[in-house]
Ligand binder design. Structure first.
Ligand code: HAM
Length: 443
C-alpha cells in the first residue's frame, strides 16, 4: 500500500516538474533572433566577398573521424564528446567542431576535382560536454572559413586571418587582438616536444615532491606535451613563461612559412602579435595557429590554423588546408552588451487598427493588400479595444497607423495617423497604397 502511494506521488511530481533545456544548451528567443540574423548575414556577406561557398555537413558523424583528427589525447575527445551507439551498432558523435567533417566531405565527395583550393564556409551548431560558464556552452554555434587543397602557401593563412577579422569588424567589434604562432611540422616539432618534456621533467625533479604542474598536465607531459602550454591552471601558467619557445626551434621551412604569413598581414596593415605559447586544443594543426580576441572579452572569439596533415590522416594523401572558426554566442554577447549594432529599424512599418466587427474583417483584407504591396505591416487583431490597439502600436514603434471603423468601411476610406504627432487624415481606400508609400518614404 505504502509503496503504491509513494509511486503515485512521485508520478504526480514528475508530471508537474517543468522540463528544462539540457544543461549548457539554450533557446534562441525572439528578442535575440534579430542579432542571430544580423550575424548570419555578416557571415554570408564576408564569405561571398572573400569567395567562400557554403558547405553543410551532418550534425552526427562517425566518432572515429574526431578521434583520429582532433586527437585521442585532447580534452575534446577525452572528456567532451557526446557519443552514442545506434541500434545498428554505429558509433557516432555529435560534432564538436566542423573542420574535420569538412575535410571528410572534401575527401569523400571528391572535391579535389573542382578548382583548387576549395574555399568553403559554414554556420551551425557544435557540441562539447564542457563545464558550462559564461561564453562556454555545451551546444554552441560556429561559423568558419576553410581553404582546402592547392598549395601550402602562407598567403592562404593570411587570407583566412584577414577574412575572419573583417567578419568581426563588420559587426563593429573593435580593438581586435590577433595572436599568431607556428607549431612547426613533422621535422621540427618532435625535437621541440623533447625539449619541452626535458624542461618540465627537470623542473619536476628539482621540486621533488612539490607539484610544478597540475595533475592533468603530469599525464599530458607523456601523451601530448605541447598541451601544457595551453593549460589555464595557475600552477602551469606560471611555469610556462620559462619553458623553451617553439619559435627558437622551428626548422628553416617553417620559419620561412611563418615569415610569409606575417609579411602578408603586414601588407594589408593588419596588426597582430606573436605568442610563442599559443598551441590550440586540437591536434590536427601544423605550422600557423592563431586566435582572435576583442578587448571586450577575455575569451577567444575565433581560432584557427593550418592543418596540412589532417587530409593525410584521413585519406593517406597529403592535402594542404587552413581555416578559422568563431563562436557565435561569444560574438553576440559582446555585440549586445556593448550596443554595437543599431536596434531594429521600424521607420517603415504601418500598424493597422480596427474598430468593430465589420472593420475587423476589412482590416484583415487590408493587411494582406499591404503585404502584397511590400508595405511592412503589423496589427493586434485579437484585441478589440481601440486603446489596447493604440498601446500595441506604440510598443512596436510603428511611425504610422491605419485606422478603420464602421464609418470608414461604408465610406470606403481609412484614417492615417502619424503616431509621433498624433495628426490624422482621412484617405480614400483607392489611394491608400500610394499615400502610405509616399508617407513612409518621407519618414
Ligand atoms: P576552437 O578554438 O575549438 O577551434 O573553436 C573555435 C571557436 O569556437 C572559439 O574561438 C570559440 O569562440 C568557440 N567555442 C569553442 N568552444 C566553445 C564553447 N564550449 N562554447 C562557446 N563557444 C565555443 C575549432 O573548433 C577549429 N575547428 C577552428 C578551425 C577551423 N581550425 C581550422 N579551421
Amino acid at each position: 500500500m505504502a509503496t503504491s502511494a509513494k509511486k503515485t506521488k512521485s508520478a504526480k511530481t514528475a508530471k508537474s516538474t517543468v522540463i528544462q533545456a539540457p544543461k549548457g544548451m539554450h533557446d534562441i528567443l525572439p528578442e535575440d533572433a534579430w542579432y542571430w540574423e544580423k550575424v548570419e548575414q555578416a557571415v554570408r556577406d564576408t564569405a561571398s566577398f572573400y569567395g567562400f561557398d557554403r558547405i553543410q555537413t551532418p550534425i552526427l558523424e562517425n566518432a572515429d573521424l574526431f578521434i583520429r583528427s582532433v586527437g585521442e589525447s585532447t580534452d575534446i575527445v577525452e572528456k567532451e564528446m557526446y557519443v552514442l551507439k545506434t541500434r545498428g551498432g554505429d558509433h557516432l558523435a555529435l560534432r564538436p567542431e566542423m573542420t574535420a567533417p569538412v575535410m571528410r566531405a572534401y575527401i569523400e565527395r571528391g572535391l579535389s576535382r573542382v578548382s583548387q583550393p576549395l574555399k568553403v564556409y559554414y554556420f551551425g551548431p557544435a557540441f562539447r560536454h564542457e563545464n558550462p560558464q559564461a561564453g562556454r556552452y555545451r551546444e554552441f554555434y560556429q561559423m568558419g572559413f576553410e581553404t582546402i587543397g592547392g598549395e601550402s602557401d602562407p598567403i592562404y593563412d593570411a587570407e583566412v586571418i584577414v577574412a575572419g577579422s573583417r567578419f568581426l569588424e563588420s559587426l563593429k567589434l573593435k580593438n581586435l587582438a590577433i595572436q599568431v604562432n607556428s607549431i612547426g611540422c613533422k621535422v621540427c616539432r618532435p625535437n621541440y616536444r623533447k625539449k619541452l618534456q626535458d624542461f618540465y621533467r627537470k623542473e619536476m625533479a628539482a621540486m621533488k615532491k612539490n607539484k610544478v604542474v597540475c595533475k592533468d598536465c603530469e599525464r599530458r607531459l607523456e601523451t601530448n606535451p605541447l598541451r601544457l602550454l595551453d593549460c589555464k591552471s595557475d600552477l602551469c601558467v606560471s611555469l610556462k613563461a620559462q619553458a623553451p619557445s617553439i619559435l627558437d626551434n622551428l626548422c628553416f621551412a617553417c620559419r620561412q612559412h611563418l615569415k610569409g604569413v606575417l609579411e602578408y598581414l603586414d601588407e594589408v596593415a593588419l596588426p597582430y602579435s606573436l605568442n610563442p605559447y599559443l598551441v590550440r586544443g586540437l591536434d590536427y594543426y601544423s605550422r600557423t595557429v592563431f586566435e582572435i580576441f576583442s578587448d571586450q572579452s577575455d575569451l577567444a572569439l575565433m581560432g584557427g590554423g593550418r592543418y596540412d596533415y589532417l587530409g593525410e590522416i584521413l585519406s593517406g594523401k597529403p592535402i594542404p588546408a587552413v581555416g578559422v572558426a568563431a563562436g557565435i554566442e561569444r560574438i553576440i554577447d559582446v555585440v549586445k552588451t556593448n550596443n554595437l549594432l543599431p536596434l531594429r529599424k521600424t521607420t517603415d512599418k504601418v500598424f493597422v487598427i480596427h474598430v468593430g466587427d465589420l472593420a475587423k474583417k476589412k482590416a484583415f483584407a487590408l493587411i494582406e493588400q499591404f503585404r502584397k504591396e511590400n508595405i511592412r505591416v503589423s496589427a493586434a487583431l485579437g484585441k478589440d479595444s481601440l486603446q489596447a490597439q493604440l498601446k500595441a502600436a506604440d510598443k512596436e514603434a510603428a511611425p504610422l497607423s491605419v485606422i478603420i471603423g464602421q464609418k470608414e468601411v461604408y465610406e470606403e476610406s481609412v484614417i492615417i495617423r502619424d503616431m509621433k504627432t498624433g495628426s490624422q487624415e482621412t484617405v480614400p481606400l483607392k489611394k491608400i497604397n500610394d499615400t502610405l508609400k509616399e508617407k513612409l518614404r518621407k519618414q
